[in-house]
Ligand binder design. Structure first.
Ligand code: PMV
Length: 360
């Protein structure tokens, strides 16, 4: 399908850097449209060692490597097509979004990266089967699914690692949602950002489960992870210590995952989460992603564990708590946390056909 070419305008140095990066990944064939409408799915992912802090704000290069576990069939289904209008349209769960909203704006900024040579607008329809804006990594799966859809629409012949670097420009954690199972996103060393991408880990652990606890909103001020990360990195007197701590946690977690030592993994992910929240709370002004409800749930997890139930929590930049446990303890977890708790089997093969196999 031929596309109208665009008149070149000058860009701010920040945008120009992102565009250069995209060009270096996509050259030479970027706009070979083969299908009018494409679909893609990407799973959400939960960080076990968190990404927190950027060494480059434009290219979303992290200060530390991170490790996650993808959420099987929980994530984003995206349908993408070229619009016949002169604006994008963004739909979330069947509801058309205001293009200036906090949800749509980052998506439009991301799409801007792919219409520099051809004037093209998009219809993006996304359905999430997890809650959004609450720390369940909906932006990770959303940008990963959108990246996969763009690849299909434009027939990019590029590797999964290159896709991971493109998704990273939408949301850092999206770089990890290009794979199932355990995933490591490498910090990389180079300033151009071409060595910072995610790869799957060769570990399968079919007994592992995540419990997603239903959260109650209690007037917690909603700050996005992007805003919180920015403020924290610039104002926390503790931030300098974080990158080396997180690198060390990655190393320890890799060993524990390969050895399948559940309690070591659980203890480590809780500790990593607590260090990140201590950093976040030491921002100036302080940011809290926790309220009394979250703290009560954390206390309950710790108490249950002391009573003999092997169960660990992690929490991201939202009020949801995620619990890690093994299948044989499912009944106890449901009894303690209620039947509204969503149990996710990260290694269950999703029904969607185009999904990537697990590594290993
Ligand atoms: O990718 P972002 O900008 O949504 O940041 C993600 C930050 C955390 O969820 C807190 C940690 C992580 O590694 O996913």
């Amino acid at each position: 399908m031929p596309l109208p070419t665009t008149n070149h305008t000058s860009h701010s140095p920040k945008i120009a850097k992102r565009l250069d990066f995209i060009r270096s990944l996509l050259r030479p064939q970027r706009y070979d449209i083969q299908h009018e409408v494409v679909n893609a799915f990407a799973p959400s992912n939960i960080a076990l060692v968190k990404y927190w802090g950027k060494r480059d704000d434009e290219l979303f290069l992290p200060t530390n490597s991170s490790i996650s576990l993808s959420l099987g069939d929980k994530g984003a289904y995206t349908t993408l097509s070229i619009a016949n209008t002169s604006t994008d349209s963004i739909t979330l769960n069947e509801q058309e979004q205001d293009l200036n909203s906090r949800f749509a704006k980052p998506i439009i900024d991301f799409l801007d990266l792919f219409r520099q040579e051809h004037q093209v607008f998009f219809n993006v329809k996304t359905s999430l089967n997890i809650a959004h804006s609450s720390g369940l990594a909906s932006s990770a799966c959303g940008f990963a699914a959108l990246t996969l859809a763009l690849q299909k629409l434009f027939n990019w012949q590029i590797s999964r690692q290159q896709l991971s670097m493109i998704a990273r420009l939408g949301s850092g954690s999206a770089s990890r949602s290009l794979y199932h199972g355990f995933v490591q996103w490498d910090r990389g060393q180079c300033d151009r950002g071409l060595d910072s991408y995610a790869t799957p880990l060769h570990v399968k652990w079919p007994q592992l489960r995540f419990a997603l606890l239903p959260a109650l909103e209690r007037g917690v001020k909603r700050v996005s992870s992007r805003q919180a990360m920015h403020l924290c990195q610039r104002s926390s007197p503790l931030f300098d210590k974080w990158p080396s701590i997180a690198q060390e946690h990655c190393k320890q977690l890799l060993t524990a995952l390969h050895a399948k030592e559940f309690n070591t993994v659980g203890e480590l992910i809780e500790h990593n989460c607590e260090v990140m929240h201590a950093l976040i709370q030491s921002s100036r002004p302080a940011i809290f992603f926790r309220d009394s409800h979250t703290l009560a749930l954390i206390e309950k997890v710790v108490k249950l564990r002391l009573e003999g139930l092997p169960l660990y929590y992690t929490q991201d930049a939202g009020h949801h708590l995620k619990l890690l446990f093994e299948e044989h303890n499912r009944a106890d977890v449901l009894r303690e946390f209620g039947c509204e708790t969503i149990i996710v089997d990260p290694f269950e093969q999703p029904v969607c056909s185009e999904l990537l196999p697990y590594a290993g």
